[in-house]
Ligand binder design. Structure first.
Ligand SMILES: NC(=O)c1ccc[n+]([C@@H]2O[C@H](COP(=O)([O-])OP(=O)(O)OC[C@H]3O[C@@H](n4cnc5c(N)ncnc54)[C@H](O)[C@@H]3O)[C@@H](O)[C@H]2O)c1
Ligand SMILES: O=P(O)(O)OC[C@H](O)CO
Length: 337
């Protein structure tokens, strides 16, 4: 294999793209990578259970895998890059288990999940660096409902890496005429935005579910954006990243789109249901539930004011009622925008 034949230089030859995680997003990314011209190896926890009787994907009903996608229980050792799309709380153990020891050192890991790890307060790229030190890492995030990307509807996202040239190469490799990737050199800002927007979406859903109105939702989205920008800067990211696709773009989608699991969780919360009861009915992930207490803790540790995240965390933990949550946010001291 020549050095020119990998993702570090942008030409993949015929090496496959590996997607780790066959949930809705991993499946959509596998379909997108095939659309971009790659052979794709889609790692599933239970490969035999991935397809429904009609041949469509269990996590993405109505969508079939293209011929270029092979479902597997093993990540191929010659993968040109890994798109990692397991829920953040499972990222560390899954990656440690599936990473092939002989994977070429230049094959990057691209985190496509959106959250903070609850036990360590780390973002996905830092988790990947713990598992695979010295390997190039990048992140992919943006306003993307899996079903729409799988269907080839127009969408945009951002690929970020601290090595700017790697982000640009990945964007070129994975973009198609329906999926436009922008490159970015602020992986911390992108990941912070992608993780925290899920918490704001829970707040937005709760406001609508509780009948607080559209004005309340617009205020939460806008002040949520300010909150995310403060946190991103405290973690070493940039506020202007948060104004882009991974922040503003994904807030717009997730706080208004009926397909959002985080917004849907908030909606049920706002209607007065208990968090455990809502979660017990679901087999899909709402990352904001695990991320909310992390944001609360980070806010305290870093001295950053995150009132919306703190309120969502308290609501989920049962430390606040809906009425208290509303009052707590509205009775804070007046301040400048
Ligand atoms: N669905 C979307 O539209 C979308 C879009 C962009 C990003 N994301 C992000 O992608 C990530 C994955 O979300 P998703 O929607 O694909 O998930 P999903 O809700 O469709 O499915 C959850 C997946 O997690 C797997 N899983 C559950 N427990 C596990 C364990 N212990 N070990 C390994 N795997 C386990 C399940 O098998 C399943 O494949 C999340 O971080 C999410 O925020 C999702
Ligand atoms: O369904 P959600 O709330 O997990 O959102 C999915 C994606 O993150 C939207 O960009």
């Amino acid at each position: 294999m020549s050095v020119a034949d990998d993702a570090s230089t942008g030409t993949a030859g015929d090496r496959p793209v590996a997607v780790v995680g066959a949930g809705a997003w991993g499946t959509a990314l596998a379909i997108q990578a095939a659309r971009a011209g790659f052979r794709v190896s889609l790692w599933a926890r239970d490969p035999g259970d991935l397809l429904l009787a009609d041949g469509s994907c269990r996590r993405l009903p109505g969508h079939r895998l293209p011929e270029a996608v092979t479902v597997t229980g093993r990540v191929p050792a010659d993968a040109v890059l890994l798109l990692v799309a397991v829920p953040t709380q499972h990222l560390r153990p899954v990656l440690a288990r599936v990473l092939p020891p002989k994977l070429p050192p230049a094959s990057p890991l691209v985190a496509c999940c959106k959250g903070f790890e609850r036990t360590t307060l780390k973002l996905p790229a830092a988790i990947m660096a713990d598992v695979a030190p010295d390997r190039p890492t990048a992140v992919l995030s943006g306003p993307n409902f899996a079903g729409e990307v799988a269907a080839g509807l127009p969408a945009a996202a951002v690929v970020a890496a601290s090595e700017a040239a790697l982000a640009a190469r990945l964007a070129a490799m994975l973009s198609t005429s329906s999926f436009r990737l922008y490159d970015n050199a602020d992986p911390v800002g992108v990941q912070c935005a992608g993780a925290a927007k899920n918490v704001v979406a829970i707040a937005a859903g709760a406001a609508i579910g509780a009948g607080l109105g559209e004005n309340a939702r617009a205020a939460l989205v806008t002040r949520g954006l300010a909150e995310i920008a403060r946190l991103a800067e405290a973690l070493g990211g940039r506020a202007d990243t948060v104004a882009g696709l991974s922040g503003m773009g994904d807030l717009l989608l997730t706080c208004t789109g009926a397909a959002s699991r985080n917004y849907g969780f908030g909606l049920e919360l706002g209607r007065g249901r208990r968090p455990d009861d809502i979660l017990a009915e679901r087999s899909t992930v709402a990352e904001g539930v695990a991320t909310a207490p992390v944001l609360e803790q980070l806010g305290r540790q870093l001295g950053v004011s995150l009132p919306i995240a703190g309120t969502v965390a308290a609501l989920i933990a049962g430390r606040l009622t809906l009425a208290d949550a509303r009052d707590q946010l509205l009775s804070r001291p007046l301040t400048q925008e």
